[in-house]
Design a protein. Structure first.
Length: 234
């Protein structure tokens, strides 16, 4: 059962994937396609019934993805380009100097290097700077979020920061939280949303009722923060 889902006047591509798992799951991908993961023995009727029941949710997800900004063109690492840090825009300025360094100066992100025309080198310097800032900022935000949580005695998870292609963060069953280095480019309110979301996963691994109740209690305005995060260009 793969094909199209008719939603009002539109047709949405829908794929059914059969797996060995025992639960039915529905996902909307950012490209606007719907994927149903179903047990091998689930009947088409059962799948249709689930999709029918979740129609309102599906529509809301699709609208959310449609309102997202178009991703910016790939960076060239030349002077004049816009880069972001904690939700603010900075203009890249590449200067020649005796040693390599990166720092913020007012509205500028200043890269000083012995070879300013070497864009690969400038890219590595900028990426290194983001990684250093991410370690400091995300570590501090995690400590802040755990401090606020203290009533429930949450033990601090191990934090890893890496480049992640499509996610802002993840949490392993062993209690390790991984955050995307690009998170340091968005406002603090959005960083805290991702961290609290992952901290909730220490208690509930999937996005079921327990998870949603916990998230709503820990961060009542999480939806506003998530919507803001969705609108960020990094
Ligand atoms: Zn999650």
């Amino acid at each position: 059962m793969s094909g199209w889902l008719v939603m009002g006047s539109r047709r949405v591509p829908c794929t059914v994937r059969r797996t060995k798992r025992s639960t039915l799951e529905l996902a909307v991908h950012p490209d606007g396609s719907v994927v149903v993961t179903a047990p091998e023995n689930a009947s088409d009727e059962r799948i249709r019934a689930l999709v029918g029941k979740r129609m309102r949710w599906l529509r809301a997800q699709l609208e959310r993805f449609e309102s997202l900004p178009v991703p910016p063109p790939p960076r060239r690492y030349q002077s004049g380009e816009t880069h972001r840090y904690l939700g603010r825009q900075y203009r890249l300025r590449v200067r020649r100097g005796r040693t390599d360094s990166v720092r913020l100066e007012g509205v500028l992100l200043v890269v000083t290097t012995t070879s300013p025309s070497d864009r690969q080198r400038v890219r590595l310097l900028v990426e290194g700077w983001y990684m250093t800032r991410a370690s400091a900022v995300l570590g501090a935000r995690l400590a802040h979020c755990i401090h606020k949580w203290r009533a429930a005695q949450l033990s601090a998870p191990t934090l890893a920061i890496r480049r992640m292609a499509r996610r802002w963060g993840s949490c392993s069953p062993a209690g390790r939280v991984t955050l995307n280095v690009d998170l340091v480019k968005v406002p603090t309110a959005c960083i805290d949303y991702v961290i609290v979301h992952e901290l909730c996963h220490l208690r509930a691994l999937n996005h079921g009722r327990e998870f949603r109740t916990l998230l709503a209690r820990r961060m009542p305005d999480w939806e506003r923060r998530r919507d803001k995060l969705d609108r960020q260009e990094v």
